[in-house]
Design a binder for this molecule. Structure first.
Ligand code: NAI
Length: 344
């Protein structure tokens, strides 16, 4: 089998290269993202391996299909960048549903701790022999209320981390976990009662801009917002306004609505066109990392082994991986996925 990797970074090659050689998978690593301009590179390949900011639109899927590509292997959990309706019946889509939920939950807390205790500012001060403490005051986490939106794999680990700090945890999920000790509340109550809000739900039509001017209006003055899920969960212009209004006290972002052409790349020395991002970066109470929450050795190793396993199972024609995405084909009664068969 021949697989074209897109948006490949040095750490991807490090984690995949030995494994694909062991399994006799022929690969070509492209640095560019897969989109309508680069899809021509896929001619002669059986599959493509992509990441979060490749744009797998209907047009790209049609071209992949024409080029003979049979499967898309996402080396990530989220699949909001793939047009699944267009893919259904043409190209199979596989993902890595979990590679290290700990990596993401721990990064969410790392961002908040850094921001709350001004560690990033203290680091720079001390390097210049500035030992003043002015402006470095934080808050105790103990006794504060944290609102967690999305209580899946990552959300639940984040909840446990927060409990370790003695925080009072409330949560909202469209599908609350049965028989759990999680204190579920309505979304409005979560917005009203939380000192810290952390987003751990997927990006769907219902969750797009779940943080917007109306939800911000419900929040406590000085609220902290953490987003390690997907940028589109937050209306960035409303977030910026909330900061300017002194309503939002702390913002920790690992993802950004318009991150596509920026995050994961070295853009130093370039003129930045995105004025919302420019202003967010300039704010003293905003801390941004560029989609690195997943980046641990354990997560990279799990991503590589599950992705290669997805490839082998797909091309063996005997097995199907559990990790084919659900295309919501509507065929509930005869769901192929439940029988561990290929969906079409
Ligand atoms: P998961 O599928 O285990 O949990 C998601 C939870 O969100 C589920 O409990 C689901 O019921 C809930 N949910 C779905 N729709 C909802 C809605 N409308 N309102 C509230 N809750 C809703 O997913 P997991 O593994 O916990 O990942 C969460 C998100 O984290 C992913 O969707 C992905 O976007 C993001 N992520 C970010 C990474 C990063 O590097 N920054 C790495 C991996 C994942």
């Amino acid at each position: 089998m021949r697989i074209a990797f897109f948006d490949t970074k040095d750490y991807d090659i490090e984690s995949f290269d030995t494994l694909v050689k062991e399994k006799n998978i022929e690969v070509k690593y492209f640095e560019s993202k897969l989109n309508i301009d680069t899809v021509g590179l896929t001619a002669g390949f059986d599959g493509v391996c992509v990441f979060v900011n490749d744009q797998i639109t209907k047009e790209v899927i049609d071209k992949l299909y024409d080029n003979g590509v049979k499967a898309i292997f996402l080396r990530c959990a989220g699949f909001n960048n793939v047009d699944l309706t267009a893919a259904y019946g043409k190209i199979h889509v596989y993902r890595v549903p979990a590679y290290s939920p700990y990596a993401v939950a721990e990064h969410a807390m790392a961002l908040y701790l850094t921001s709350n205790r001004r560690i990033h500012k203290a680091f720079n001060r001390v390097r210049e022999y500035n030992f003043s403490l002015s402006g470095l005051t934080g808050n105790d986490l103990h006794g504060k209320t944290v609102g967690v939106i999305g209580t899946g794999k990552i959300g639940r680990i984040f909840i446990n981390i927060c409990k370790g700090f003695g925080m009072n945890v409330i949560a909202y999920d469209l599908f609350p976990m049965k028989d759990s000790d999680i204190n579920y509340v309505s979304l409005d109550s979560l917005f009203k009662e939380s000192d810290v809000i952390s987003l751990h739900c997927p990006l769907t039509p219902e969750t797009t801009h779940i943080i917007n001017k109306d939800s911000i209006a419900l929040m406590k003055k000085g609220v902290a917002i953490i987003n390690t899920s997907r940028g589109g969960l937050i209306n960035s212009a409303d977030l910026l306004q909330g900061i300017k209004d002194r309503k939002i006290g702390t913002v920790c972002l690992d993802v950004y609505e318009e991150e596509g052409s920026l995050f994961f790349e070295n853009k130093s020395g370039h003129i930045m066109d995105d004025s919302t991002l420019l202003q967010l970066i300039a704010m003293p109470n905003v801390l941004i990392t560029s989609h690195q929450a997943f980046l641990t050795k354990e997560a990279l190793s799990n991503i590589a082994s599950t992705t290669v396993d997805n490839m082998i199972k797909f091309f063996s024609n005997e097995l199907n991986s559990d990790f084919e995405v659900c295309y919501r084909c509507g065929n509930q009664e005869h769901c192929a996925k439940k029988r561990n068969a290929k969906c079409f």
